[in-house]
Design a protein around this ligand. Structure first.
Ligand SMILES: [Ca+2]
Length: 326
């Protein structure tokens, strides 16, 4: 099959007077579309994999947290078309929601015959806008990098994806933005290294209380230093905990023990990956238990935080970690 790669212009919004204009190149992969059954929506879907590549004068790597899909209504591509971005914003799948299997078969045949029709009729528009500006990030050390709005790198509500992942998966990232999500340590490092960033830690307790804390001097080193975390003092917010205890800690997973404990903190904290000390009070990637199980001892092991304010262990229903950079 001939290589199909057509550049799709995307609309980038601007922030204040700093106008960004950037093309994103989306390559649909040269393999047939596949049909799968989505248990959540209860319907069949046709999936077409794609890769996102940066193009532009400096070959910047864009950060794409999500894509809206605009479809020419003249083409019948099912009841809806969406795009899911994964692999740290560098790949994804175009999803044609077709309702029933027969209709999916027809759409699949149509696409497999000539997928250039998809290029002609589908336009991608990046979402994940912050203060009106598309998150467009670069991984180099240029002094001209734009300030970053809030970039979410972890979202965990325990619903859609397991956080019990190995080193490689934590390095590359998993999940989907707007759902359960881990950006990936490699990208997190490239975005925060050599920059002045702040960590924003938000947690929702089972009684609905939302706690939030901002910490200075947030930075993640490269893989050569096992993605060591730097985090400074709490600046504001009421999610006190002791995040400083995790300062200068290397990342650990169940298959890579870089913590300060004789044991593996990942193993004693539900096999999650985190910047464990020995082991420390925060483990937002740990298992989120059902509310009825909150009294169980393993909740304290897996998902708890010691709140300085109340001097007791608490469990979270959901967490969100993000950062901003000057
Ligand atoms: Ca250890």
């Amino acid at each position: 099959m001939q290589s199909c790669s057509v550049m799709l212009l995307v609309i980038l919004l601007c922030q204040g007077l700093g106008i960004f204009a950037k093309d994103i190149k989306v390559d649909f992969l040269d393999k047939p579309a596949r049909i799968s059954y989505n248990f959540f929506s209860g319907s069949y879907e046709v999936m077409l994999a794609f890769k996102i590549a940066a193009v532009g004068p400096r070959n910047d790597q864009p950060t794409v947290t999500g894509l809206d899909v605009k479809v020419d209504k003249g083409n019948d591509f099912g009841v809806g078309v969406t795009a899911r971005v994964s692999r740290g914003g560098t790949a994804g799948e175009l999803i044609f929601e077709c309702g029933n299997q027969d209709r999916c078969n027809n759409i699949k045949k149509f696409i497999d015959l000539d997928n250039s029709v998809v290029h002609k009729t589908v336009q991608f528009v990046p979402v994940g806008l912050h203060f009106g500006r598309f998150e467009r990030l670069r991984a180099d050390n240029s002094a001209n990098r734009p300030a970053l709005g809030e970039v979410v790198f972890q979202q965990h509500s325990g619903n859609s994806i397991s956080f019990l992942q190995n080193w490689e998966v934590y390095a590359e990232g998993f999940g989907f933005p707007h759902e359960d999500y881990w950006m990936g340590l490699k990208r997190l490092s490239s975005l925060t290294k050599d920059r002045s960033c702040k960590l924003i830690f938000q947690a929702t307790r089972f009684d609905g209380t939302v706690q939030k804390g901002t910490y200075k001097d947030f930075q993640v080193s490269g893989e050569d230093e096992n993605f060591k975390l730097r985090v400074g003092d709490a600046e504001s917010g009421d999610l006190i905990g002791d995040m400083k205890l995790h300062d200068n800690m290397e990342f650990s997973t169940f298959d890579r023990d870089n913590d300060k404990s004789n044991k593996s903190c990942s193993e004693t904290h539900g096999s999650a990956g985190w910047w464990f000390n020995a082991c420390g009070s925060h483990s937002p990637n740990g298992i989120i238990v059902a509310e009825k199980d909150l009294g169980r001892a393993d909740c304290r092991e897996y998902c708890s935080s010691r709140s300085k304010k109340e001097d007791k262990l608490i469990c979270w229903k959901a967490t969100k970690l993000s950062f901003t950079c000057a």
